[in-house]
Design a protein around this ligand. Structure first.
Ligand code: SF4
Length: 153
């Protein structure tokens, strides 16, 4: 559901762009060097934030349900694995050092996010079942908290 005008201003795009650049640098990540391309993705993040209330991945279809979409709130759970394996995240917002230096060419990046029926259970290990006091959202939260620092790519 659209919560307000989804069209972000150039200033908002600049602000988030700078913020992501700073964060990337601090975490050992690299943004795609194509500034216009990145601006398009940053705009998509802002549009999604207005639509859903969180910065869902601009290259994926969000469910408008924060808990269900925790894995695709940028930076998504799949960023590190994709940057390591393919040289870029699914959207190519983040790229590896090799891509940045022109030592690796970017190809298409396959979708690593499991299908919805698998996702319903993947946030919790198979070792326990959910009870009323141990909800699936609790597991999602734990998974989010357990995300480690950047791989220094
Ligand atoms: S694929 Fe890239 S842009 Fe999309 S959520 Fe993951 S890190 Fe962000």
């Amino acid at each position: 559901m659209e919560r307000e005008n989804p069209e972000p201003s150039p200033e908002e795009i600049d602000r988030l762009y700078s913020h992501l650049e700073k964060e990337a640098k601090q975490g050992g990540y690299n943004l795609n060097p194509d500034g216009e391309f990145v601006r398009g993705l940053v705009k998509g993040l802002l549009v999604n934030e207005r639509r859903y209330g969180y910065q869902a991945c601009p290259c994926r279809l969000a469910a408008d349900d924060k808990i269900a979409d925790l894995d695709i709130i940028c930076p998504c759970y799949f960023r590190d694995a994709d940057v390591t394996e393919f040289g870029a995240c699914y959207c190519a917002l983040y790229v590896s050092k090799a891509v940045l230096k022109g030592e690796q060419k970017l190809g298409s990046i396959p979708e690593r996010r499991p299908p919805q029926d698998v996702r319903q259970n993947y946030s919790c290990s198979q070792s326990h079942s959910h009870s009323q006091s141990h909800s699936q959202s609790h597991c999602h939260q734990r998974r989010l908290q357990s995300r480690g620092p950047g791989p220094g790519l």
